[in-house]
Design a protein around this ligand. Structure first.
Ligand code: ADP
Ligand SMILES: Cc1ncc(COP(=O)(O)OP(=O)(O)O)c(N)n1
Length: 271
């Protein structure tokens, strides 16, 4: 059987913890062949984002075309998209190639506070891209921005899931990393049922790229043909291990350990 293939359309993080780099590492760890179309280059490390260089719309669509017309991914993820021009062009490509297993991580702001999406591009995300999403995966601040109300309680998070579902996403996951609860709970809404995925909160500063990694793990599992429930469950376990066994790199928000999940699996199989 041919290996599952996934394409990430996202920004490059020179520090290797988030963006394209996190996505490709995650695909590889989950036995999926990874491909990329870069939207912007960031000069970035664990301390912050020092510079952002968006690519032209043509540079983005040419990369997508090259991948689509030869390698044909089983699933696609989007991450940092920067501008409405880039978002609109990507939406057109998704429609052109009739890609249905599309995970949209609506990246807006890096952990250090730098903006990775122009304010004017939020409308394009809502109107053009989210309606094409098989799954949209905002964190709480991103979900608040998209739905236009504050999310403090589980009930409000459920209402936000429903509002994002109304925009056209077939499944919605609102991630819980930014809540102040002791447990970290990600909430999945598939249009009918809410599913809660909870884990203890790891007390760490090494959470750079958690959202990218989680979304990439969902994408990898969808590329293999798994259901959205199975994909989110695996992604939650994958990111949980990556956060718990962090590598302790950098002076700021360090990266997670993309190898942790595989290493744990190998150890379990050894016995
Ligand atoms: N401190 C933590 N301990 C355990 N899991 C976490 C922690 N912080 C985030 N996660 C998990 O990491 C993923 C990303 O969550 P979140 O931080 O909300 O997104 P983002 O990185 O996009 O801001 C989710 O699956 C969440 O459950
Ligand atoms: C190039 C690039 N893309 C996305 C992000 C944001 O990643 P995320 O997983 O949300 O993690 P934090 O930045 O919040 O740690 C990024 N920083 N760079």
């Amino acid at each position: 059987m041919e290996i599952a293939k996934a394409l990430t359309i996202a920004g490059s993080d020179s520090g290797g913890g988030a963006g394209i780099q996190a996505d490709l590492k995650t695909f590889q760890e989950l036995d999926v062949f990874g491909m990329s179309a870069i939207t912007a280059i960031t000069a970035q490390n664990t301390v912050g984002v020092q510079a952002v260089y968006p690519l032209t719309v043509n540079a983005v669509t040419e990369q997508i075309k090259s991948v689509a017309e030869d390698l044909n991914p089983n699933a696609v993820k989007t991450g940092m998209l920067f501008s409405s021009e880039i978002i609109d062009a990507i939406a057109n490509e998704i429609k052109r190639y009739r890609w249905s297993r599309v995970v949209v991580d609506p990246v807006m702001i890096a952990k250090g506070g730098s903006s990775l999406l122009l304010e004017e591009a939020v409308a394009s995300l809502k109107d053009e891209l989210i309606p094409l999403a098989f799954c949209v995966t905002p964190n709480i601040p991103e979900a608040e921005k998209l739905v236009g109300f504050t999310i403090s309680t589980l009930e409000e998070r459920k209402q936000a899931c429903e509002a994002l579902y109304q925009l056209g996403a077939k499944n919605v996951v609102i991630k819980g990393g930014h809540s102040n609860e002791k447990e970290v709970t990600d909430l999945l809404f598939d249009g009918e049922t809410f599913h809660l995925f909870s884990s203890p909160r790891t007390n760490t500063n090494h959470t750079h790229g958690t959202g990218c990694t989680f979304g990439a793990a969902i994408t990898a599992e969808l590329a293999k043909g798994k259901s959205i429930y199975e994909a989110v469950k695996k992604a939650k376990d994958f990111i949980g291990a990556a956060i718990e066994d962090s590598l302790g790199l950098g002076a700021g928000h360090g990266p997670t350990n993309h190898m942790a999940y595989r290493k744990r699996k190998v150890q379990v199989n050894d016995y």
